[in-house]
Every structure is written in C-alpha cells, then in structure tokens.
Design a protein around this ligand. Structure first.
Ligand SMILES: Cc1cc2nc3c(=O)[nH]c(=O)nc-3n(C[C@H](O)[C@H](O)[C@H](O)COP(=O)(O)OP(=O)(O)OC[C@H]3O[C@@H](n4cnc5c(N)ncnc54)[C@H](O)[C@@H]3O)c2cc1C
Length: 533
C-alpha cells in the first residue's frame, strides 16, 4: 500500500519548506521531498541578503513592497538565522547622480525607510569603503543564513506531524482522470523507488519547476538565470553594501561570518543545473569590488559558486535583470486542465513565507480546508538548530551580530574545550560527533558535504585541506564507516571543495589548492583509492 498524505510538496528550498510548514500548521498531513539535502538548490547558493526592498524600489515596486513587509516579519519569526547588519546604499564615482533622488522617492512610496548619512559618517562606520563615495543611505537590509533557517523549518514541519524526505527525487507524477494523484520517488542512495499518494501535489522546485510540471503534461517556462558569487577571505565590512544605481552585476557586498561575499552576475542558462563559472565572471566581481572597497581584488578570493534564479512571469518573455522578482502561484486545474497540482515559483528567499502562504491558501481552497495561515506569528527559531552554536545564539540574542572573536573566545574561555577539527571555522570533535549522530544515513558518500552545511566544516581558508581528512577519520573511528566508505566520503568532499576553488587559481588561493592537492593525492593517494566521482 502506498503511503498517503494530504499534500506532497516537491522541493526542499525555502519555498517548499515554508509551504510544508504552513500546511502542517493548518492541520494537514504533509510530506516534503527533496532530491538532495535541504538547501541544496538555489536557497543554499544565494547571496545571503534579507532584502529591505531598496534594490527593487525603482524598477519592481511590487517586489520591493513584498521584501520590506517580509523582512520585518522574518526578524521576529526566525531571529537566529538573521544578522542585523543593516545596509548602506553608496553612490560611487561613475554612478548616475540623478538616480539617488529617484531611488529615495521610490523607497518612500514602497514604505522602505532610508536615512541619508554623510560620506564621512559612512566611512567612520565602514572604514574600508571607497573614500571617494559621494552619497550614502542607510536601509534595513540584513544578512540571512539559509542553512539555519531551513534546518529550523524542516524540524518545525516534523514536530507538527509532517514528514521530510531528503535524498528522494521525484521521477514521475501519476495523472488519472485529469488529476495528479501522487508521485514516484527514487531514493538517491539505494536507487529504490516508491509511490506516494497525495490529495494534492505542490511543485516548489524552483528553477526545476518546469521539469516537474512537464511530468504532469503542463507546459511551464521558468527562465533560469545563473548568478556567480565570490567569497573573499576577509570580512571587509560589517554592513551590507549596495551600489546606488540601477541594479547590475557585482554591486552588492554581504558580510557573512568571517568572509565577505560579492555578487552577482546574471546569465541566462538553458539548464537549471548549469552552475559553471566563467573566468570573466570572477574578474568582473573583483573589478566591481574595487569600486566599493579599494584593494578588494588584492585579498585572497576563497571560493566561487553559482546559483540559478527561478525567474517566472506568466506570458512575459523578460529574462535576467529585466524579469520581475515577484512570484506566481499556479493552479494547473484552471490553467492547464490538470487537477491536484499547484506550482509556486519565482520570488526571493526574503519572500519565501509569503509565497508559502499564498500557495497554502490555494491548496486549502481546493481541499476545502478553512484553517487560516498562522505563519506570520509562528516563531520558527526554537524548533531545530544546525548545531549547538545556533541554539546558543538563539537563547542569547534576539538577533545576533557576528563578531570575529566570538568562537575563538568560546574556545579560549573553555566553553568549547575539545579537539579542534576545523581550525578555520573552529569546529570541535564533539560538535562533529553530535552532528554525525543526528544524520540518518551516515554512510552516504556526500555525508561530509551535509556536515559542511551543519557546521561550516571546510568553508574557511583551507577549504577542507586539513579538516576533511580528520572528519573522514572520525567517521571511520566513531561512526562505524569502513575504510572504503570513509575514503569515498573524503573523495566526494575534496571534489566538491575543488569545484569552488578551481575558478580562483592564483596567488594564495593557488598555493592552498596545491597544498590540498599534495595532501589528497601525494600523501593519501586518494585518486588511486577511489574511482573519480
Ligand atoms: C545568485 C543568486 C543570488 C541570490 N541572492 C538572493 C538574496 O541575496 N536574497 C534573496 O532574498 N534572494 C536571493 N536570491 C533568490 C533566492 O535565492 C531564490 O529565489 C530562492 O532561494 C528560491 O527558493 P526555492 O525554494 O523556490 O528554490 P530552491 O531553493 O532551488 O529549491 C528547489 C528545490 O527543488 C529540488 N528539486 C528539483 N527537482 C527535484 C525533483 N525532481 N525531486 C525532488 N526535489 C527536486 C532542488 O534540489 C531544490 O533544492 C538569489 C538567487 C541567486 C541565483
């Protein structure tokens, strides 16, 4: 007998996670399915900005209004995933001076508070900024940790009776009598397939939503737009910096933990899996970074990665930066004559809760459920933490602010006395073992990458060069992996870390990559122990 749910939600990004929670809180039996790990899609490969809406105020006011409303809400319901950095829009030489007044008026019209400060004040707040900056405005931007937020969302879904199935790919939808009746899932690890029955299926597969809709015979054109970001090995600023001009490439700098992330490009791609990074994209990020922070490109670039925006406008052909950042909820019964399927697509990470609310409203209307949405008041922090540190942050701060010394202080003050596994991100053996114990399938070859999302393992300057080996040894020693499994896990991790280093091979980054290469290939002979992934 197939398992039966009221609603099956496809896609473990913010939109799917939010929709699953909204429906579970309305009393429905839900299953959330994700082909890899939560946040493996765009939600884990984005820029990390909780938008004030300032970026969209001039050209896309609807999206700007959605952003500022949700920005205020998310600060209350998921404070442990947000760092209240604030934001600055700065006019640098070369930016059109006429844009500033237009932008201020547009922000006012959208309800986004702005405060002009003098260039001297801006430089006092952020001393590394371009000393030639001409104008500066404060806005309520913030930095937002999607790993923290999705972990909490997933835990809240489960604690409200929902099921979360990671590593399960939807490979087919069944349609009978003009209605979707369920989905066939393939277990990524075992290859086993199972059918899940559901009264209704929600397609929240982001840039892959067109592929899911096609499984039910519904045409849906999502326009994937790839964006590349580069993490610099230095937290130049404590405030999010935006250029004060029409949105373009490489014009936002986000402080994230110990690093600063510059982004992004916008390249239309045919395949949503295309996250390849071209040399010109990296060069452009460094050049644009120089305009905000002189000397930017001289600092070591740590890692590059790309995500794919799920852009969608019904009936419109706009692509890339021209496309609106609002979202759509599509009832395929009305649109394509196929019942039992609702798609929610587009939007921003910042607006995920609103997208989820609207999708859940559409689901409830079809299923005759009258329970109202309660997610505006429902505090998600409290339900699940990536690691002990996010739990501590949640108990200590309403909204945390990152200080470089915090974790070192924990270690030196004896609050985290233990063997150090990852020096760059200060991960201890106890933390690693606790995170391992929380995983259902420790033997999966990608376990170290899952642990990276839990703990930031391997995300610092060594990019896994030292900590990867140690973590693999601990998997062997304490978690029961045999030598072949632990070696496969290390090889998978090394390959994934290499992917983000490869576009940045010069200077210190090249030295580090060569050192890592010597450790993995020369000392450990990893490539001779495992077939290439
Ligand atoms: C470069 C870049 C920078 C961005 N910066 C910001 C920012 O700073 N702030 C902001 O608010 N927004 C930002 N965004 C936008 C934001 O990241 C996305 O709009 C949002 O994360 C999309 O979430 P989602 O849940 O809809 O899609 P996703 O997070 O992509 O989730 C969809 C999930 O579906 C899964 N899936 C696909 N096919 C299947 C299948 N067959 N079976 C099971 N699962 C499947 C995928 O693995 C994926 O995890 C950025 C986007 C990009 C590309």
């Amino acid at each position: 007998m197939p398992k039966t749910y009221d609603v099956l939600i496809i896609g473990g990004g913010a939109t799917g996670g939010g929709t699953a929670l909204d429906l579970a809180l309305r009393g429905l039996r839900v299953a959330l399915v994700e082909r890899a790990d939560l946040t493996d899609g765009t939600s884990g490969r984005y820029h990390g900005l909780l938008h004030s809406g300032g970026r969209y105020a001039v050209r896309d006011p609807e999206s700007a209004r959605e952003c500022i409303a949700e920005n205020r809400l998310l600060r209350k319901i998921v404070p442990h995933g947000i760092e209240d950095t604030g934001g600055l829009f700065i006019q640098t030489p070369g930016d059109d001076p006429a844009y500033a007044e237009k932008w201020v008026a547009a922000c006012r019209a959208c309800g986004i508070e702005t405060e002009e400060i003098s260039p001297a004040q801006a430089l006092k707040q952020e001393p590394f900024l371009n000393p030639k900056l001409q104008r500066a405005f404060r806005v309520p931007d913030a930095a937002c940790d999607s790993f923290d937020i999705l972990t909490a969302l997933g835990a809240a879904v489960q604690q409200h009776g929902g099921t979360v199935l990671t590593d399960h790919e939807v490979v087919g939808l069944s349609v009978a009598g003009g209605k979707v009746t369920g989905a066939t899932l393939r277990n990524r690890r075992t290859g086993e397939e199972q059918f899940i029955e559901a009264a209704l299926v929600v397609n929240a597969a982001g840039a892959w939503a067109g592929q899911i809709a096609a499984m039910a015979g519904c045409p849906l054109t999502v326009r994937p737009s790839k964006g590349t970001m580069v993490a610099m090995a230095y937290r130049f600023v404590n405030t999010i910096i935006n250029r004060l001009h029409q949105p373009g490439d490489g014009d936002i700098l986000v402080p994230v933990g110990t690093v600063a992330v510059i982004g992004t490009t916008s390249v239309n791609v045919a395949d949503p899996n295309d996250t390849s990074i071209q040399p010109w994209e990296v060069q452009l990020m460094l050049d644009e970074g120089e305009k905000m922070v002189p000397g930017f490109s001289q600092v070591r670039a740590l890692r590059a990665w790309a995500g794919v925006r799920p852009l969608y406008e019904e009936g419109a052909g706009a692509e890339g930066r021209e496309a609106k950042r609002t979202f759509a909820v599509l009832d395929h019964a009305a649109r394509d004559g196929v019942g039992g399927l609702v798609t929610v697509v587009g939007g921003k990470f910042t607006t995920y809760r609103l997208m989820a609310e609207r999708a859940a409203d559409a689901v409830c209307a079809q299923l005759g459920v009258t329970a109202p949405c309660v997610t505006r008041e429902f505090r998600i922090s409290d339900f699940g933490f990536r690691n002990a540190r996010s739990a501590i942050r949640n108990s200590q701060f309403a909204i945390r602010n990152h200080a470089l010394g915090h974790r070192l202080e924990d270690l030196e003050e004896g609050r985290a006395q233990d063997q150090l596994i990852c020096e760059c991100e200060i991960v201890t053996r106890k933390e690693l073992e606790e995170a391992v114990a929380a995983h259902a399938d420790v033997a999966a070859p990608w376990i170290l990458d899952d642990l990276r999302r839990d703990l930031r393992l391997g995300m610092g300057p060594c990019q896994g060069g030292f900590c990867g080996v140690r973590a693999a040894a601990i998997l062997h020693e304490s978690a029961g992996l045999d030598a072949t499994q632990a070696t496969a896990a290390l090889a998978d991790f090394a390959q994934r870390r290499w992917k983000g280093q490869r576009p940045l091979l010069w200077g210190q980054g090249l030295r580090q990559a060569l050192l890592d290469e010597h450790i993995y290939r020369g000392i450990l002979g990893l490539d001779r122990l495992t077939p290439a992934p």
